[in-house]
Design a protein around this ligand. Structure first.
Ligand code: XLS
Ligand code: NI
Ligand code: NI
Length: 445
């Protein structure tokens, strides 16, 4: 366990490095399942899970909602200037990362540095904070999983950024994406994310959707070309979400984005960053959108959170549901891992959770939920009959005419003729209950 980083003052006094104490521990400030150095299969838990803390929810969001202001007082939000406050926040963040011992973090440009309407001032602020972050990264070994630009908060982006009907806004968005790409490369970021917050519409009556989507593809192509030209070798990631804040967002879900990337020749450089709560907003399960992305060879990274089944919006809660984490880790393990992506906690503590312990415990719970999901998913794949049962369901395609069909060796008339030879098919049970019982058996053992 590394030594916690502290800047000029300790921001989380009384909370030290979080130890692994095992499932028998009742210490709220200890891991019960996440044992970073423990090997599962061929990798350590740390290498499998590649956890990242997100800057915006954990260090920028004081808990405001549409009905009231923030409830949390941030001890680091003091200081004479915006840059001094940003540096104190950076120190608090790195103290938190090292006490939790996560390998990665993620940010938007304006989480890290103060925003400014003046382009020169915006760039100077970001450059200043990137230099400060680089120094903290070097001091601690914590790395940047991904960077991104916030193209949805400033009122200038109310009608969209890259898909705005006004060219001047599209150009202003390029200022931020260029600067955020520069920052990501400077900090050794392994991925770069586009979440199309306001890339969508509120009404089709005033929207030329086809034209906006062409602009979107053009903009992403330019960003890809610029990123590659400055030496960015990681994945560009699109984060699907169907709605909120817009009525309809263009990056609706995995299937929509996969089609868009393939149509515009971007699938070689772009992958998907799948967020649990966005998948459920689009009417899918988390596991479904992960599987669709993975089956297209496009699963790049994960925003690990959860929604609330009783209401429709993006509650961004910390992940605790073990069925979700087992399902997610089955997809990740079957595709051979997530690297260079990782598991970013795009999640916020509840508005009523106002103490430092709450922030630590939220992350501990999320990390434990994914560590347990990893253990169970690995055991299901390595020790249980799961893979054999699934393979047996499809055994009729492994040889003979079934194999010929799958490989394109039959035409429709030949396929129909085979039915004459095979006769009325025997009915076979799907055995869903057997699979569900197997999952529960491994979950509790
Ligand atoms: C919002 C998104 C956002 C992205 C990063 O719903 O999840 O936080 O992950 O811009
Ligand atoms: Ni979200
Ligand atoms: Ni997200």
């Amino acid at each position: 366990m590394s030594t916690p980083f502290t800047g000029s003052r300790e921001h989380f006094p009384g909370i030290g490095s979080i130890p692994y104490e095992g499932a028998g521990s009742d210490n709220p400030l200890a891991f019960k399942h996440y044992d970073a150095a423990r090997t599962i299969g061929t990798r350590t838990m740390r290498e499998h899970l590649r956890f990242a803390v997100c800057y915006w929810h954990s260090f920028c969001n004081a808990g405001h909602d549409p009905f009231g202001p923030g409830t949390r007082a941030f001890g680091w939000d003091r200081g004479e200037t915006a840059l001094a406050r940003a540096e104190a926040k950076l120190d608090a963040a790195f103290e938190f990362f090292t006490k939790l011992d996560v390998p990665y973090y993620c940010f938007h440009d304006v989480d890290l540095a103060p925003d400014a309407d003046d382009i020169g001032e915006y760039r100077d602020n970001l450059a200043h904070m990137v230099a400060a972050a680089k120094q903290r990264q070097q001091a601690t070994g914590v790395k940047l999983l991904w960077g991104t630009a916030n193209l949805f908060s400033h009122p200038r982006y109310m009608n969209g950024a890259a898909t705005n009907p006004d060219f001047a806004v599209v150009a202003r968005a390029a200022v931020q994406v260029k600067a955020a790409l520069d920052a990501t490369v400077e900090l050794g970021g392994e991925n770069y994310v586009f979440w199309g917050g306001r890339e969508g519409y509120a009404s089709l009556l005033n929207t030329d959707m086809g034209r906006e989507l062409e602009h979107f593809a053009r903009f992403l192509t330019m960003a890809r070309d610029y990123g590659r030209s400055i030496g960015f070798t990681g994945n560009f990631l699109i984060e699907p979400k169907p709605m909120e804040p817009m009525k309809h967002q263009y990056d609706f879900d995995s299937a929509t984005v996969a089609g868009f990337l393939q149509r515009h020749g971007l699938a070689g450089d772009f992958k998907l960053n799948i967020e649990a709560n966005h998948a459920t907003l689009s009417g899918h399960t988390f596991e479904h959108d992960l599987q669709v992305a993975s089956d297209h060879g496009l699963l790049g990274s994960i925003d690990a959170n959860r929604g609330n089944p009783q209401n429709g919006w993006d509650t961004d809660q910390f992940p605790t549901d073990l069925y979700d984490t087992v399902g997610a880790m089955l997809v990740v393990l079957r595709q051979g891992g997530l690297a260079p992506g990782g598991l970013n906690f795009d999640a916020k503590v509840r508005r009523e959770s106002i103490e430092a312990e709450d922030l630590f415990e939220a992350h501990i719970g999320g990390m434990d939920a994914f560590a347990r999901g990893l253990e169970v998913a690995h055991a299901l794949l390595a020790d249980s009959p799961l893979e054999r049962w699934r393979a047996e369901r499809y055994a009729s395609f492994d040889d003979g005419p079934g194999k010929a069909f799958a490989e394109g060796g039959l035409d429709l008339a030949a396929l129909a003729a085979k039915s004459g030879e095979l006769g009325e098919p025997q009915r076979r049970s799907g055995r869903q209950e057997r699979y569900e019982n197997l999952l529960n058996q491994y979950l509790v053992r």
